[in-house]
Write a protein that binds this ligand. Structure first.
Ligand code: F6R
Length: 359
C-alpha cells in the first residue's frame, strides 16, 4: 500500500535503494560468488549471440544490458523491440539465446516472440517481476526482479532492477566463461554503492521539484541528450517524462542532434544533458553548447568527477557502465513533479494500462 505516500510512483522511486540491496542478498553467496542456476549458465555459455526482446521501459533496460554484455563479457548482443521482432525478425546467429525483459511477464508483444522462439526450439530466459507469469512459464529459465509489486503505470523500480539483474547475470556468465573483465567487476560492491547513491538522490527531492518548476512548467516539448549509456538513459528519461506529463519529449544521441533535430531548438527549449562517461563527456558538453547557442535552457546532470561549475544535478560516482542506475533517479523525479505541477493523475496516465496484453 501507499502508506504515507500520495502516489505509488513516488513510493516506487524511493524503494529503489532497497531493491538494489535485496538483489545483492538474493543473488550473491556469502563468499561473493553469484547464485544463478547452473542450467541457465550452461545454456547461456553455449550461445554465440544474445537477443534481448522487450517493450517500452524494459526495452530501454535492454539497451543498457547490451553494453554490459558486450563490454564486460565480449558476447555480441542485440536488443529488439518486441512488436518489431514479431513480424520482422532479424537474421539469427547459429546459436542464439533469447532474453525477455518484462516487468509484468504478460506483455503480448513479447509473448508473441517467445512463442515463435519456442517453435524454433531456442533456449530463453525471462527476467520478470512476477513469478509464474505467462512469459516466466513459457521460457526455459526465469530470473526474478524481487522489486515488489509495481503499481504505478510508469515503470521505475523495475527498470533499475532489470539493469542490476543484467549486471549480475553478466558477472555469472563471465565467471562461467572465465572472462577477465567480468571477473574483476565487483557487481555486489557496485550495487551497494548504487544503493547509497540512489538514496542521496531521492533525499534531494525538494531540489528536483524546484528544477522541474523552473524548467518544465509551461513547455510543450523537451529533450534529453547523451552518448553511450547516457543515450540509452536519455530514451528512458524521455519516455518517463512524456507518459506522465504529456510534454512531447525525445531522447537523442547528442551527436545526432545537428543532423536535423536541432531545428526544433528555440529560445527556452528545455534540454537535459546527461554526462557520466569520461570518454564522451567533452563531446556531449560541446553538443550542449550548440543548443545553448540556439537559446536552449540546458540542465546538466553529471557524475561528480566529470562535473563542472554550473552543473545542477551531481551524481554519485559509480562505474560508468552502471551509471543509468543513478542517473535515472533525478529523471524519474523530474517526470513525477512535472506531472504533479500540471495537475495530472501521475499513477494512471491517460491512454495507458499497466500491462499491455493486446498486440
Ligand atoms: C513505461 C512502461 C511501459 C512498459 C512496457 C513493457 O513506463 O511501463 O513502457 O515498460 O509496456 O511492460 P513489461 O515490462 O511489463 O513487459
Amino acid at each position: 500500500q501507499k502508506g504515507a505516500y500520495a502516489h505509488y510512483m513516488l513510493k516506487e522511486i524511493d524503494e529503489q535503494p532497497g531493491v538494489m540491496r535485496k538483489l545483492v542478498q538474493e543473488y550473491f553467496n556469502e563468499d561473493g560468488t553469484v547464485k544463478i542456476d547452473q542450467a541457465l549458465l550452461d545454456d547461456l555459455s553455449q550461445a554465440d549471440r544474445l537477443y534481448i526482446v522487450a517493450a517500452g521501459t524494459s526495452y530501454h533496460a535492454g539497451l543498457v544490458g547490451k553494453e554490459l554484455f558486450e563490454k564486460l563479457a565480449n558476447i555480441p548482443t542485440e536488443v529488439h523491440v518486441a512488436s518489431e521482432f514479431a513480424y520482422n525478425p532479424p537474421l539469427l546467429s547459429e546459436k542464439p539465446f533469447f532474453i525477455f525483459l518484462t516487468q509484468s511477464g504478460e506483455t503480448a508483444d513479447s509473448r508473441q516472440v517467445l512463442t515463435q522462439v519456442n517453435k524454433w526450439g531456442y533456449p530463453s530466459l525471462t527476467i520478470t517481476n512476477v513469478p509464474n507469469s505467462t512469459l516466466s512459464r513459457e521460457a526455459t529459465h526465469t530470473l526474478l526482479l524481487h522489486a515488489g509489486p509495481e503499481i504505478a503505470v510508469a515503470s521505475t523500480k523495475a527498470y533499475t532492477a532489470q539493469i542490476a539483474l543484467e549486471a549480475i547475470l553478466v558477472k555469472a556468465y563471465g565467471e562461467a566463461k572465465n572472462i577477465e573483465r567480468a571477473k574483476e567487476f565487483d557487481v555486489a560492491k557496485e550495487l551497494t554503492k548504487v544503493a547509497n547513491g540512489m538514496q542521496e538522490l531521492v533525499d534531494e527531492k525538494g531540489k528536483i521539484e524546484q528544477i522541474a518548476k523552473d524548467l518544465l512548467a509551461t513547455t510543450r516539448n523537451a529533450f534529453y541528450i547523451g552518448r553511450g549509456v547516457d543515450y540509452a538513459l536519455a530514451q528512458e528519461a524521455a519516455l518517463k517524462l512524456k507518459e506522465v506529463s504529456y510534454i512531447q519529449t525525445e531522447g537523442f544521441a547528442s551527436g545526432e542532434l545537428k543532423h536535423g533535430t536541432i531545428a526544433l531548438i528555440e529560445d527556452g527549449t528545455p534540454v537535459v544533458a546527461i554526462i557520466t562517461d569520461p570518454k564522451m563527456a567533452a563531446h556531449t558538453r560541446s553538443n550542449a553548447q550548440e543548443v545553448i547557442a540556439r537559446g536552449a535552457n540546458v540542465l546538466f546532470i553529471a557524475s561528480r568527477d566529470l562535473a563542472v561549475a554550473g552543473d545542477q544535478i551531481i551524481l554519485p560516482d559509480i562505474d560508468p557502465l552502471l551509471s543509468p542506475l543513478v542517473s535515472v533517479v533525478p529523471t524519474q523525479l523530474l517526470a513525477y513533479y512535472a506531472s504533479m505541477q500540471r495537475g495530472y493523475d501521475v499513477d494512471k496516465p491517460r491512454n495507458l494500462a499497466k500491462s499491455v496484453t493486446v498486440e
